[in-house]
Design a protein around this ligand. Structure first.
Ligand SMILES: Cc1cc2nc3c(=O)[nH]c(=O)nc-3n(C[C@H](O)[C@H](O)[C@H](O)COP(=O)(O)OP(=O)(O)OC[C@H]3O[C@@H](n4cnc5c(N)ncnc54)[C@H](O)[C@@H]3O)c2cc1C
Length: 622
């Protein structure tokens, strides 16, 4: 293949999925000459699986992306069909937004934002080789023969590397949704010394809405009072579209059991490791045999299409079997498929080969983000893309990378889990992964991250002043709640009695009353002056008062955590020479080269006594 020298760029992004989009926008908005390559322009920001953004813990990631100056939150607000605050009856740590998204409109919105972004070029072409010299990345070679020069490269290739689509006995080298895959880059990554893994994921069928009987399903509606994803949006009024709830049954499960030998998952045709928390229907029936039925949500793919997504029914069984088992579900007796369910296998890297900045440990200037790092999910990908984009720019500026700690953001938990512990299956974010989740709430993502976004130049002055104004108002509202009393009127005591709370005999401050779990600010406003501030500000003030004790306790835990995190470990420490360390720890530390003592303590095989030895070693100043 004859090649030619094309243009030089500051940064080249390989991939226009959820990771690539955030990375490209960050680099171009921070003034870098940026090129984004993708296999298909019509697949930009493709939602290859579920037509939704957010959900438990994923909603936190979207809010954090927004607070840092990313695009996903704004795009979701512009294109949602339905939105809901999940877990609103539980504590604020698990409140999480989830929106049904119009996939086509999301793609069009993001493509338009990219096309109108200064410093950013977009091209449909396949990257087939990463070019590096003396341990530094210098460019990319494309399938059309171009050698493109770059000082930094971000790989965000998702589920496309050596991808293979499998439906029963049928298997084909292809990407998702009928798009082509990428078959050159895996070899180049191996040549550049990377270890690859083979993962798998799956998606359900898309069915024709005209072939469904919704009278046999339960409608699921969005929230009346819409809480937007983006901190830039105060109020959104929109007519929402429902989803539908139905269930599998014993007949469904029987068909699966009778055909399990034809499942590529169980016949060994699929080699890749699948996501534990997004199992196929076959997996659910085999692994939970006592479960009489499994929930299915029928979700619209868009306002302008009759395609419906059958959440909970991903499968790679033969099409003939899929149709049989789908038709056992109430409301789908006459279902017609528009797209058959399938599994897809693809190459990804072992993310322990990366630093917390997502830069490769052995090729400077080469960053990786998204599904290629072993994660699964649009939100996880977008979060990594944003951080990799920011850090590619920090690298080009010769400045320290932006590292978000486990105490600062879910993005920090995501990054640390991937690069420190690695993953042997597609990694999905969950609130249980965040040990400091009470202070990493979705409502205070701006408080934790907007300053950082503004310092590096990604957060606009408009967003920053909006954030500062909100912080001022929260402080004033907390003060107002502490100074405003509720009188001990018969009406108020009657209300207290009605909710099982003890009466008051004299005036009590609203703040004092809010410390009672059953009492909320909305209710109190019936008995005293209303707040002059927005729901967002009121909610933040209420949380700060109600959870003050717990938050303080968690902040003390964070201080202890920070002690180890702040003890930096140099790259060139010879762990094999530190006699007090156990052999396993010496090997793991030499291989991983942790950035600080805290990270070292999270490497499996490194014990607390090894950390004690390292502390003495650091104190010795050797
Ligand atoms: C079948 C299927 C089922 C899924 N199921 C789930 C699920 O159940 N739950 C869940 O959370 N997530 C699921 N996902 C994952 C979700 O789609 C991804 O997590 C998300 O899209 C990853 O984003 P990304 O930016 O890393 O990569 P992608 O969105 O995959 O985008 C990759 C981009 O890279 C480009 N590209 C790749 N290689 C090259 C190359 N060599 N040269 C140029 N461009 C290249 C592609 O054109 C594309 O633009 C599923 C995905 C698929 C395909």
């Amino acid at each position: 293949m004859r090649t030619y020298f094309g243009e030089n760029y500051d940064v080249i992004i390989i991939g226009a999925g959820h990771a690539g989009v955030e990375a490209a926008l960050a680099c171009a908005r921070l003034g870098k000459k940026t090129m984004m390559l993708t296999l298909n322009l019509d697949g930009i920001a493709l939602m290859a699986c579920n037509p939704s953004i957010g959900g438990t813990a994923k909603g936190h990631l979207v809010r954090e992306i927004d607070a840092l100056g990313g695009e996903m939150g704004i795009a979701a607000d512009e294109t949602f069909l339905q939105i809901k605050m999940l877990n609103s009856s539980k504590g604020p740590a698990v409140h999480s937004l989830r929106a049904q998204i119009d996939k086509r409109r999301y793609h069009e919105y993001m493509k338009s934002v990219l096309e109108h972004t200064k410093n950013l070029s977009i091209k449909q072409d396949e990257a087939i080789r990463i070019i590096s010299e003396n341990g530094k990345v210098t460019g990319v070679q494309t399938a059309c023969g171009a050698i493109l020069g770059a000082k930094a490269v971000i790989l965000a290739t998702g589920v496309y590397l050596k991808s293979r689509v499998i439906i029963g006995e049928f298997a084909q080298e292809a990407g998702p949704s009928g798009l082509m895959g990428a078959y050159g880059l895996s070899a180049s990554l191996l040549e550049n010394g990377f270890t690859l893994q083979r993962f798998k994921t799956g998606t359900p069928a898309r069915v024709d809405a005209r072939s469904l009987d919704f009278s046999k399903m339960e409608p699921q509606y969005g929230d009346k009072k819409i809480v937007p994803f983006s901190f830039m949006h105060e109020k959104i009024e929109r007519e929402q579209i429902p989803c539908w709830l139905t269930y599998t049954n014993e007949k469904t499960h029987e068909i699966i059991r009778n055909n399990i030998d034809r499942s590529p998952l169980y016949s060994g045709v699929i080699h890749g490791t699948g996501p534990r928390y997004c199992p196929s229907i076959e997996d659910k029936v085999v692994k939970f045999p006592d479960k009489e039925r499994h929930q299915l949500f029928i979700e619209p793919e868009g306002a302008g299409t009759l395609e419906m997504y059958v959440q909970g029914m991903s499968s790679s069984l033969p099409e003939e079997v899929q149709i049989q088992l789908y038709r056992t579900v109430p409301g789908m007796e006459n279902v017609r498929f528009m797209r058959t369910a399938y599994a897809i296998e693809y190459d990804c890297i072992d993310p322990t080969q990366l630093r917390s900045s997502f830069e490769s440990k052995h090729i400077a200037g080469l960053f990786m983000a998204g599904q290629i790092n072993g994660s699964s999910g649009y939100e996880e990908a977008a979060a990594q893309g944003l951080l990799a984009g920011i850090n590619a720019v920090q690298y080009l500026r010769g400045e320290e990378p932006v590292i978000l700690g486990r105490d600062m953001a879910y993005i920090g938990v995501l990054a640390d889990d991937l690069v420190t512990k690695g993953t042997r299956e597609p990694y999905r974010m969950m609130t249980s992964r965040a040990e400091y989740r009470l202070i990493l709430r979705q409502d205070n993502a701006d408080e934790r991250l907007t300053e950082i976004g503004h310092r590096i130049g990604l957060v606009s002055d408009e967003r920053y002043s909006r954030y500062m104004k909100k912080q001022e108002e929260i402080a004033k509202e907390i003060e107002r709640l502490s100074k405003t009393n509720v009188k001990a009127t018969p009406a108020f005591n009657e209300y207290l009695k009605s909710i099982g709370e003890s009466a008051i005999s004299e005036s009590v401050s609203m703040a004092e009353l809010l410390r009672r779990p059953a009492i909320g600010i909305e209710e109190l406003e019936h008995f005293t002056e209303a707040s002059p501030y927005s729901d967002e500000v009121k909610e933040a003030a209420q949380i700060a008062i109600k959870y003050e004790g717990y938050i303080k306790k968690q902040q003390q835990q964070v201080e202890r955590f920070r002690e180890l995190e702040n003890k930096r470990l140099r790259d060139d420490i010879d762990y094999m020479a530190i006699s007090g360390l156990r052999i396993e720890a010496r090997q793991k530390l030499s291989q991983m080269k942790p950035e600080n003592l805290g990270q070292a303590s999270r490497i499996s095989g490194v014990s607390p006594s090894d950390i004690a030895v390292l502390m003495i070693y650091l104190k010795s100043g050797k």
